[in-house]
Design a protein around this ligand. Sequence first.
Ligand code: NAG
Ligand code: NAG
Ligand code: NAG
Ligand code: NAG
Length: 372
Amino acid sequence: MFWSILTIVFSTFCAVNTFDISAHSNKTMATKLPSKMKAVGLYKYLPISDVNSLIDLEVSLPTIQENEVLIEVKATAVNPIDTKQRAPKPNVETAPRILGWDGAGVIVAKGDKAGIHNVGDEVFFVADLRKNGSNAQYIALDEILAGPKPKRFTFEQAAAMPLTTVTAFESIYDRLLISEKDKGKSILVINSAGGVGSIATQLLKHLGLKVIGTASRPESEDFTRKHGAEIVLNHTKDLAEQLESVGYGAGVDFILVNYDPYPYWDTLVKVIKPQGKICLIVDSSGLVDIRVLKDKSITLVHEMMTTRLKYNTDDKFRYQDILQIVSKMFDEGKLNCTLTRTISPINAANLREGHRIIEEKKMLGKLVLSGF
Ligand SMILES: *[C@@H]1O[C@H](CO)[C@@H](O)[C@H](O)[C@H]1NC(C)=O
Ligand SMILES: *[C@@H]1O[C@H](CO)[C@@H](O)[C@H](O)[C@H]1NC(C)=O
Ligand SMILES: *[C@@H]1O[C@H](CO)[C@@H](O)[C@H](O)[C@H]1NC(C)=O
Ligand SMILES: *[C@@H]1O[C@H](CO)[C@@H](O)[C@H](O)[C@H]1NC(C)=O
């Protein structure tokens, strides 16, 4: 495996498409990539208070396929998906599982058919849930999942953004089909101060929509206003009543639900305008009745960032398009970073602390770990 990585590095550097290592052997490159790397992973799915829930590992570098790049990870974000994947269950892995589904770093090798990026490029990326993730010094990825790191951002800032931004972008443009034509329309964003909520709010404001956010604490209310929510409701109280009191008694055109929809279901159905659209991005904790949507001809859509990758859809390249578009928007100042907390270095103890913070469900914006 070590040799196959080296060979790919050499063929990249020498700009030849060959796997003949002897012809391109170079000691400089050999010392560049170590054979082992630090990583944080798990064998057992345990509560985060257990020191074995995430452990320090030393493992071989991942091998890369012809369409993949190998990235040296500089920073990795922690998202609710990490804690969901790590949640206690009886399974025991025979090989360690490495979590972490977005981050930022530098490309150090690429496969023969990887033509988007060059070795040395700084990138930010989303990862593939079926593979090992970014809680490691190196990660191998389909190259379409890596985009140019916004130049204005540090690696930590860049690592905070890909997963939430791709999710928000797909929700808004590809699922709700919102575009410039919807300028002036209203959208209720439930849990607008969280990771996806805080970037979705910015994207929606950029499109000219009227964003009504929800938050329950003064600091989360401030945070979501700063990111573009014009009206902020208190989601611990009746949202329909509050909407009425701020002039939206007739309802809203769209709803983006960045939270378990189950406790909100009746409210969503009540406050959506006839022919409106609702997008869910979190699993429902209970069964909901979709029959009630018919009377108002409501469209219900879902967003799962991994769908295009998992099912290898014809439009899979969309990840690359989105990463390039938003990278430019970050550099132009049309979107801001939502990083609020950085912990260093990347190790098991700090990742356990990161997961613990996410599990409290009070996180504003994003949490990133950096450096090894
Ligand atoms: C190979 O190594 C030499 C130094 O030993 C270096 O000058 C050269 O750039 C390296 N070639 C490649 C392709 O990295
Ligand atoms: C994750 O990494 C470990 C350690 O190198 C390896 O044994 C395992 O097969 C990898 N898992 C996947 C899904 O690639
Ligand atoms: C939201 O409502 C709860 C319950 O009444 C209250 O404790 C909290 O302070 C309110 N939050 C804000 C930001 O006003
Ligand atoms: C980004 O942040 C700057 C500085 O706080 C602010 O002036 C600007 O309006 C923000 N841009 C967006 C799109 O929120």
